[in-house]
Design a protein around this ligand. Structure first.
Ligand SMILES: [Zn+2]
Length: 277
């Protein structure tokens, strides 16, 4: 286990133990959906690489200090709280909660946890009701040169539990075909890290529906992949946290401690990928 991983585990243990006193600051980023979207994706999408660390001119660290190979400050995660979009405003309340509000609520908790580890978080929205198209969301992740894009959603349609979707086939939307093979490969790796973390932390709490390809979703069946995947030039996944039309799932996710648990599980999955990619 690396020093970075040990530090992370220590942090997460502290964060979980301190859950009763945990409160999310509603800090927002300056990213706006009005930011002009790139008209056409780059012809050859690439997965951004972490730039090499320049040699330090500072005095040698003490012997017992082992610097992390990749300081977490270099990592950028694009957090995308799902809806309102061109597909659905997500404002309809089911079992007392709307998808838009639960996506936003949990995303702010994930943001806080990631920022506390030194990860830079770029949001695709600056307020809950802000409407951003799925193509714009991908463009925000691309423009920020994110190392990972996490799309936070909640499902409906008669199931139960959490499901992780990632692009494993190209899709076509508005005449554009994507994502690239490199993005699909990295998305598969990232999704496996995410699934391992969520399966561990949510065991016995929510049903684990495992990893699925975008093409297995309703939208994916029509266009091959989610719009947010097609236009993504960075590793991407879409997390359906639970089914809001399932009463047990909805009641579970409405509990403060469970929102925090979900956020910790997703943050742990992201950091596991970032530190091991
Ligand atoms: Zn959704």
């Amino acid at each position: 286990m690396t020093h970075a991983a040990r530090s992370l585990l220590f942090f997460l243990a502290l964060a979980v133990c301190g859950a009763s006193g945990y409160f999310v600051t509603l800090a927002l980023t300056g990213i706006s959906a009005e930011e002009p979207a790139a008209a056409v994706p780059q012809p050859e999408p690439t997965v951004p690489k972490t730039p090499p660390v320049p040699p330090s001119k500072s005095p040698q660290p003490i012997a017992s200090y082992q610097a992390p190979q990749q300081p977490r400050q270099q990592f950028i995660v694009c957090l995308d709280p799902g809806h309102p979009s061109e597909v659905n405003d997500g404002m309809h309340k089911v079992n007392g909660v709307s998808e838009t509000e639960i996506n936003w609520d949990v995303s702010l908790r994930i943001k806080k946890i990631l920022e506390n580890t030194g990860v830079t978080v770029v949001m695709t929205k600056s307020r809950m009701e802000e409407r951003v198209t799925n193509r714009q969301r991908a463009n925000i992740a691309n423009s920020a040169k994110s190392h990972l894009m996490l799309r936070i959603h909640a499902d409906a349609g008669g199931g139960t539990g959490f499901t992780i979707y990632y692009p494993r086939k190209q899709g076509t939307k508005d005449g554009v075909t994507g994502p690239s093979q490199a993005v699909m490969q990295a998305s598969a790796v990232a999704s496996r890290h995410m699934h391992a973390a969520m399966a561990e932390k949510l065991k016995g709490k929510l049903k684990d529906n495992g990893l699925r390809g975008d093409e297995q979703s309703y939208v994916g069946q029509q266009q091959g992949a989610f719009t947010g995947s097609i236009f993504s030039q960075v590793p991407v996944m879409l997390i359906e946290m639970c089914f809001l039309d399932n009463k047990n799932d909805a009641e579970w996710i409405k509990v403060e401690a469970n929102k925090n648990l979900m956020a910790h599980a997703i943050a742990a999955g992201a950091i596991s990928y970032l530190n091991n990619r």
